[in-house]
Design a binder for this molecule. Sequence first.
Ligand SMILES: *Cc1c(COP(=O)(O)O)cnc(C)c1O
Length: 547
Amino acid sequence: MPRYQDLVESLRDAFPTPVSDRMHDAYFAFSFLRALDRVDSMKSAAPLLGAPRDLDYGAARDRRIDEEPQTVEQVTQTLVDYFSGMFIWGHPRSQINVVPSPTIPSIIGGLLPSIYNPNLCSDESSRGVALAEVEMVAMTAALLGYDPHQAGGLFTFGGTGTMLYGMKLGLEKACPGTGQTGVREPAVLLCSERAHYACRTVANWLGLGESNIVAIPANEDNELRPCLLETHLKDLLKDERKIAGIVATMGTTDAFGIDDLQTIRSICDEQTERFHLETPLHIHADAVIGWAWSVFDDYDFEANPLGFPHRTLRALAGATRRIRHLALADSIGIDFHKTGFTPYVSSLFLTRDATDLNLISRDQSVTPYLFQSGHYHPAKYTLETSRAGAGPMAALANLRLFGKAGLRSLLGHLVTMAETLRERLEGHAATHVLNGGNFGPVTLFRVYPDGVDTFVAPKREQTDPEYRDRLREWNGYNRRIFEIVQREALQGRGVVLSMTDCYRESDYGEPIVALKSYILSPFTQAEHVEFVLDSIWKARRELQAPK
Ligand SMILES: *Cc1c(COP(=O)(O)O)cnc(C)c1O
């Protein structure tokens, strides 16, 4: 039995040395390279590492801590094994969801803090990394159209976190003192029926209650219908109900629908005035997906210096005409880990006015052990205490790497690929694009069997209750197409897509299933768009073949 001193001695090798030691530094770097090498050897033509596998949760629950330590090499191998069967999001045969592959600088941006462990609760414990957060707040605020000298913000635990902050500010404005006394009167959250379920999470956790969400119907382009928002607001305010806030979804998760923030703002301002509210209604823009399009706010669409194809230009301009109004929101949520190509988690919450953060600030007397020196103490107002430096460092890495021109080009390329897919799907009688009025990298579509008149069927599926049985049948058909495409793709043939069980409901309340292609890999080329079509035709033939 080794004595404890021997164990400590050998465990020291598992830490990076505090004082540079060439041999040991090499051992650290080499250990990491070995892990990378091992993961790399799991790559193939298929868009996943190793082979698909069934996950054994029974064995996972039976796992216990070992008695004896393991070596760095053993642990590394064990860790690598967990990645077997993992999707490679950046693979051009992978068009699954809004999950990007991180860039090399953003990975390094995330890695360095994981070695030196800055804590963003204060600049006492994060030093220069605190500057990275302040720079990111300023850079992003300016990019989105806020006055960077007036705006405030912080990195938090995901897009859900950004919405939690937004609605917390809204609630504190609508019902001052709630943070101290608790929720005394019900307050309402208004959002689009297409809004992310994070709205529900936030209403639930803030104590507003999910039943106090008013979901405003959306139009066929997946945008909240402003006239209905106006009606609901008037009714609520007439009844003297409190409004915690309005969430404008600037890029829906499934379809890239973008709410008309400009009209929402003027409706809210009119009602604020009309009902003599003490503080203006708080609008939070859930721009976790759409924010990136703000690089086109000042793009010269006429001269088109980057040389985008016409169809792409139209799509980019279509999204930008909404995104350019982002600064009308009182607060904004941004996910760099979605359309900013960083690792999870890198989410930024911005407020137009930094003084709004005073509404949620802690009293110095509660944190006597913190903030004894330094100038930047975000933990005074953050929900979190410890916060990693990885989020801002990764985001900073990418904004530096891309610049405006790089991010424009990257998004322009992805949209070009998506537009190519749409053009092909629109051109074929057996397929129908469902979100033709949305201009992002995501395409939702349905596939039909031979003999269906796709000039008429999609419309009637949506509106005509007599089509209920056919709608259900074709839902099943699309599910089977999806299964075949998925099976083939996991063997390295075709492309991995995803499926949504309910793209939307028909007018008579039946869910409409859709196939989904989310193109986010910079490696996607026109040939990969062809792969999508090929695998759909192949799946159709398989379903049509006599059994
Ligand atoms: C993904 C998403 C969220 C949630 O963001 P997380 O970073 O996953 O917490 C919220 N809103 C929209 C529109 C989203 O797409």
